[in-house]
Design a protein around this ligand. Sequence first.
Ligand SMILES: O=P(O)(O)OC[C@@]1(O)O[C@H](CO)[C@@H](O)[C@@H]1O
Ligand SMILES: [Mn+2]
Length: 424
Amino acid sequence: MLINLHFFCNLRDFAYPTMKERVPIIITKALDTLNRKNKIFIKDHGQEVADLVIALVGRLSKLCYEVKTNKPLTPLTDKAEDNECWNRILSEEENPCWFNSAWLLTECYAYRRIMEAVMLSPQLGFLDPFGEQKREALIGAMNAIKALVRNTQAAVKASIDDSKSKRHHLNQLMRVCLWGNRCDLSISAGQSNTYGEMPEIETLDSYLLTDNIDQVWNQFNVARLEGKVVLHVVLDNAGFELLSDFCLADFLTSSGLVDRIHFHGKPLPWFVSDVTPMDWDWTLDQLTNCEDTVMQSMASVWKQRLGDGGPWSFSVHDFWCSPCDFSRMKRYAPDLHSILEEASLVIFKGDLNYRKLIGDLKWPFCTPFKEALRGFQPAPLCALRTIKCDTVVGLSEGQAEKALETTGEDWMIPGTYGVIQFSS
Ligand SMILES: O=P(O)(O)OC[C@@]1(O)O[C@H](CO)[C@@H](O)[C@@H]1O
Ligand SMILES: [Mn+2]
């Protein structure tokens, strides 16, 4: 059994610079944004709310100081639904503090404390400390999105009654969905890192370390023989990545490969870029109201599919914003686990979801993906993940060493490499 193989804040692990530098930068960027918009808050919401935002900024500065000076992790004091679960988990830790507790706990706790600071003033319920960054990122990605939407339409047309073409375009769009995960504001500590035009997807294949697309294709066909094909997508980042998820979903639905798709978002602003219900609605509104008629019509179809009785649906669950890795889902969120059990396939997007799939443990690189799941298998699942922290499994002998040699010691940090890993 793996013991003490969690990430802690020692100099060797990426956990250290994340907690020492990047999380304080992310908190500071959030409070700076709120400070800068004080006049807008007065204009839009009145002096009382603006004063509450000033108090919020004070709470965020205090949180930043606590992180930097390695203070104890304190129980949550807001009245949110997940408060009791969070405080139970914290109470199970022995003297938890920022630099001595497991990284997965402390990093998730940091984002939950940011939202505690907001939710302590119920009148600020409308506030997303990362909203401005996510909106700017989407607007900055509009050219790439215009190209992607057109490519998706062409893929659907080319795939009608042509299984070989369907297979080829699935391959393409799964890759776009994977590499779209590089666009994440937490790793860049808020610097927008969206693409201009999406680079030719094949040129990125040399960075794709595991490609289980054949098993994904096979799973769709096996599920088709058994009846309805139901896909669940556990979303990650808003902006370009969410559009790549929408386009993959559009292709799968329009080509008849999949009958129903359920998307899982986050109930709270999370790791800067993650998709909240507000991001979901705002993104669809941006596209249906933009001047580009192709995007407008595509997004209108998506909105119809999300309507009553449509084939698409969206929901959130507190568990996605808990510090629990997914092997604990059955115990901490049995309702969510049984929802996933209905799926023909569950796609998990991004790095944090991948860390939770494998317990954020320091596995040997060649550990089989299924072994690293440690029993978490509500349904056949596929991880689409660009590597942004120092753990990965399912590699073949020598791959990690080659990547290290080619790219240098930080090869696992900026999302340069990716994996498409399937387990059933
Ligand atoms: O889940 P995502 O959006 O792909 O990445 C989340 C992330 O940016 O945050 C953590 C480090 O701060 C890592 O898991 C990863 O770098
Ligand atoms: Mn994310």
